[in-house]
Design a binder for this molecule. Structure first.
Ligand SMILES: [Zn+2]
Length: 333
């Protein structure tokens, strides 16, 4: 269905793993929200260059909804091409200066984002004139605690980033890791529900008008995450593993995830052709292993405390286990 967006708004709906790019055009200066993943930067530049983008014109400002790799990965390339300033949510500023690769969740998923400098910050409540429209910045914590959404009341358009998709939202850390994220997600959904929204422009997927349906799906997903933190941790590992390895082999990971855990999933990937998948999984487990969720996962999946200790030891020593030792571990477990 054609979605009723104002003509000066254009959305490039991108493929995995890049976020969408939202172009807001104006004679006063064009603005782009989110720049995609870094490996797709040439395509991002090509789209921005073209007639649905800036059509050869200058770019006045690049904005980020939040600072995950699939939204900021093209920032450096876009700035290099257009010489434009970059604005980020105020809540993300301390992760960017100095550059905090762990805080930006780059390290754990083997992701990369070329470093960039930001020029200004945007705070919740700020109203920015972009594309000849007023966009109110709204706090959207949950998936990312510093994230912002942008709301144009006159046209009932909400640019949500990863706070609301047609079917869900970006992963949210379990309470055992960060007690604030799930309640914040609830508050953000409540905020969206309180607004008069006719069209959502999400960070991933097509813009959509069935806002009530999307909210209902998001609330039920949130309830499921609250009810089963281990399942949630597994989902996050899957999301981060796929971010680190590229699109996953069709059956391998799903089967491993369904029946056991990220450990065997990492092993499974390492023998099905994704190099270093196990060490990536192990690093991810170290991230979760400091909490009460992951030991359950790890212990139950590789079969006991000694195996778990060995795994944590490998991670602490910074040495990735070989496929052979992984296999022995899996067999013993
Ligand atoms: Zn995203």
């Amino acid at each position: 269905m054609a979605v009723p967006l104002p003509p000066q708004v254009h959305v490039f709906v991108r493929d995995w793993l890049s976020s969408n790019n939202v172009v807001l055009k104006s004679d006063a200066g064009h603005v782009v929200i989110d720049s995609g993943y870094h490996t797709h930067a040439p395509l991002t530049l090509g789209l921005l260059e073209g007639r649905f983008g800036l059509a050869g014109g200058p770019l006045a400002l690049l904005v980020n909804s939040h600072c995950h790799s699939d939204h900021i990965g093209g920032n450096a390339a876009v700035r290099e091409r257009y010489g434009c300033p970059i604005a980020v949510p105020v809540g993300e500023a301390e992760l960017l200066d100095p550059w905090d690769a762990a805080g930006l969740l780059l390290t754990y998923a083997d992701q990369h984002a070329p470093q960039f400098r930001f020029d200004r910050t945007i705070a919740p409540g700020d109203v920015n004139r972009w594309g000849d429209l007023d966009w109110e910045a709204l706090a959207a914590p949950g998936h990312d605690m510093g994230a912002l959404m942008f709301y144009n009341r006159a046209h009932r358009v909400l640019i949500t980033g990863d706070a609301l998709w047609a079917n869900g939202f970006g992963f949210v850390l379990p309470r055992e890791i960060d007690a604030t994220c799930l309640p914040a997600t609830q508050a953000t959904l409540d905020l969206i529900a309180s607004l008069d929204v006719g069209v959502v422009v999400p960070g991933h997927g097509e813009p959509f008008v069935d806002v009530a349906g999307a909210l209902a799906r998001a609330y039920s997903r949130l309830a499921a995450l609250e009810a089963d933190p281990v399942r949630n941790a597994r989902h996050i590992m899957k999301a981060m593993l796929s971010a680190s390895t590229g699109p996953l082999p069709r059956n391998g990971l799903d089967r491993a995830m369904a029946t056991s855990s990220c450990v065997s999933a990492g092993y499974c990937l390492s023998v099905t052709g994704a190099p270093n998948a196990f060490s990536r999984a192990a690093r991810l487990i170290a991230f979760f292993g400091l909490t009460s969720v992951s030991p359950v996962e790890v212990t139950s999946s590789i079969g006991g405390a000694s195996a778990r200790a060995k795994l944590i030891g490998w991670v602490a020593a910074g040495s990735a286990p070989s496929i052979a030792s992984t296999a022995r571990c899996a067999v013993k477990g």
